[in-house]
Design a protein around this ligand. Structure first.
Ligand code: MG
Length: 290
């Protein structure tokens, strides 16, 4: 996890009993991306943390608060979501409920990342159709290109929770999704990251989202149309993946536009995205102070 200390982000390790150890005695001021890039050295060094100081209550940042480049994201990757998105009329110009034949890959600006507990800015001057998308985030460890399906998991460092917040009116109007999904604070991430060895097989993880306590989305990762192997293989076929790259794997059915009429987020709403074993990422929709 990345926690705040004296206005800066510092790395900590959170145990199952929620004790947090300050890792700076081992990693200094390095970021999580730096540590992932040198994992052969740091991984073993932070396995036994009993001698490191315990951190008290601390405000959390996103585990990777400043990704080195934009996030990779996947659209239409759960069957029931493909159908609801097609029916909604927001998937212009196609308006299709057909399953994609190949992964739909787009990006989200690195600057859209924000932390757990931080407000989501509704950007009321830019959009009136704010929506949520709970997603499993995959964090790349060892970089590489031309990665085969079979070797894909050797390149996964770990996982986190992402909310792929989307301005549906911008998504429809501008056709490309980058703008609609990249407004400031539109990628809450966290509350921490969990290494792949702790998670094991991710297919059994259940991704869910609730708004003000009402469950809206809930599906296992095993329902992905294009699985994590396929996504890593597809992207790396012509783009070199790097340590710390983040992949948003797609969202299950139950987003705001699946309802008739749509149920968009409004100021005061609390969105909680949760994944088995990865925690809960909670953010309130609240306009930034002027
Ligand atoms: Mg999404």
């Amino acid at each position: 996890m990345t926690f705040e200390d004296a206005g800066r982000g510092a790395l900590g390790r959170i145990e199952a009993d929620r004790t947090v150890r300050d890792l700076r005695g081992v990693v200094g001021d390095l970021s999580l991306v730096d540590v992932i890039a040198d994992w052969d050295r740091f991984g073993p060094a932070i396995t036994d943390v009993r001698g490191l100081p315990v951190v008290g209550a601390a405000r959390l940042h996103a585990p990777i608060p400043h990704p080195p480049r934009d996030l990779f994201a996947v659209g239409k990757n759960y069957r029931d979501h493909v159908r609801e998105f097609g029916r909604s009329g927001y998937d212009t110009p196609e308006r299709s409920e057909d399953l994609p034949e190949a992964p739909v890959i787009f990006s989200k600006a690195a600057t859209s990342v924000t932390g757990p507990g931080v407000d989501i800015d509704p950007h009321l001057g830019a959009t009136s159709e704010l929506d949520y998308e709970a997603e499993l985030g995959v964090i790349i460890g060892r970089g590489g290109s031309g990665i085969s399906r079979e070797n894909a998991f050797a390149h996964v460092w770990g996982y986190t929770i992402l909310n792929d917040v989307t301005a549906r009116d911008l998504q429809r109007r501008h056709r490309q999704w980058f703008l609609a999904k990249s407004l400031d604070t539109f990628t809450p991430m966290g509350p921490w990251a969990v290494t792949a060895d702790e998670v094991g097989d991710p297919r059994g993880l259940v991704v869910s989202a609730s708004v003000n306590g009402e469950v809206r989305q809930q599906a296992p990762v095993s329902e992905l149309i294009f699985d994590i192997h396929e996504l890593i293989s597809t992207i790396s076929a012509g783009m070199t993946l790097r340590p710390g790259d983040i992949l948003a794997t797609g969202t299950p059915a139950g987003v705001g536009i699946s309802f008739d009429p749509p149920r968009f987020l409004k100021p005061g709403d609390v969105v909680a995205c949760a994944i088995t074993g990865l925690g809960t990422l909670r953010n309130t929709v609240r306009a930034a102070a002027v």
